[in-house]
Ligand binder design. Sequence first.
Ligand code: APR
Ligand code: ZN
Length: 374
Amino acid sequence: MRALVARAARVPPRVEEVILPAPGPDEVRVAIRAAGICHSDLSMVNGTLAPPYPLVLGHEAAGVVRTVGDRVDRVRAGDHVVLNWAPPCRRCWHCRHGEPWLCAATGAPGTPRGTSAADGAPLHVTLGLGALAEEVVVAGNAVIPVPADLPSELAALLGCAVLTGVGAVRRTAGVAPGDAVAVIGLGGVGLSTVAAARAAGADPVIAVDLAEAKRGLATAAGATDFLVSDETSTRSVRALTGGRGVDHAFECVGRAATIRLAWRATRRGGQVLVVGMGAKDDVLELGALDIFHSARVLRSSVYGSSDPDRDLPELARAASDGSLDLTTLITDRINLDEAPEALHRMARGEGARSVVLFEETGEPARGRVHSAPA
Ligand code: APR
Ligand code: ZN
């Protein structure tokens, strides 16, 4: 089977022939139907993050269960599933204290799972998944069943961008009707955040991005205002919020500079939600007096402070019945061989989600369905 493999930092990933192990008693084999390309995949190849290599990329995907290990009882062959990149162990301190998204057993960027290259050399797989691949063998608790009639391309997005963005709004921040919100960075994660904030009744929802080209996508997702980020952004956000700043600012880029922008755009006593995942040497400086005087809260939102086993099926229902419209998030439908180019587009800040579609046989879709951004 074929998968997208990164061999080293700053070396373009390539599609390679890969050998999967037979699933163990606690594992399942899944044929991938759709896999989104997330900025974290880019961060794992461009030097922002330092995962172990060689690494099968991908952690946002949906597919159909092929084989089930003896001790797995949550799914059967033929079930449609979304992959969970942080399956909680349910035993560690965080899991026992209602914070499964901080589970001590998950989150390693690359994990060996018995996958190997064509020459037999071991490969790491991203977050225990390695989902930019025709098939995966994953832990039995890393699959979440979803209705078979939910289109795979939408199901895939639930597994990272949507759970992250919606969770950040509903669970981490607790946005209430009438709250003023700013969202900085309008990729799959930021647009999901915009949509969830609007659905929660936030007003205004101010969307901010470097690229003017994101205006249409932001508006389609529900933003009330759009700003191209520059040195006047803080002033513009204040002008839209009675001079105060927003109640909640969501940083969906993963950079110290945009966390600072979010901080400055937030009112006294408001909160800054760091949703993006940045580099460890990208340092944010805040003044001691500013921290005291502003009375702002600076929080991060890991996987939307969600319990995917509980929250993802609810999102799947909302996506199925149309109350959660995810179609505007997908700007490019591609095959696996086009994934490296999609990473380049993402690095240039173009489009929103590119989703790799696989045919039912597990073969990559032929040709390209390229839909224009909204
Ligand atoms: N100011 C405003 N917007 C910016 C800036 C900036 N200085 N720099 C980049 N952006 C915008 C890009 O133009 C792009 O629209 O941020 C957006 C990021 O979108 P994607 O690259 O599609 O990223 P996404 O997959 O949404 O992930 C966002 O969340 O999960 C994390 O690791 C992920 O840190 C990443 C973040
Ligand atoms: Zn992701």
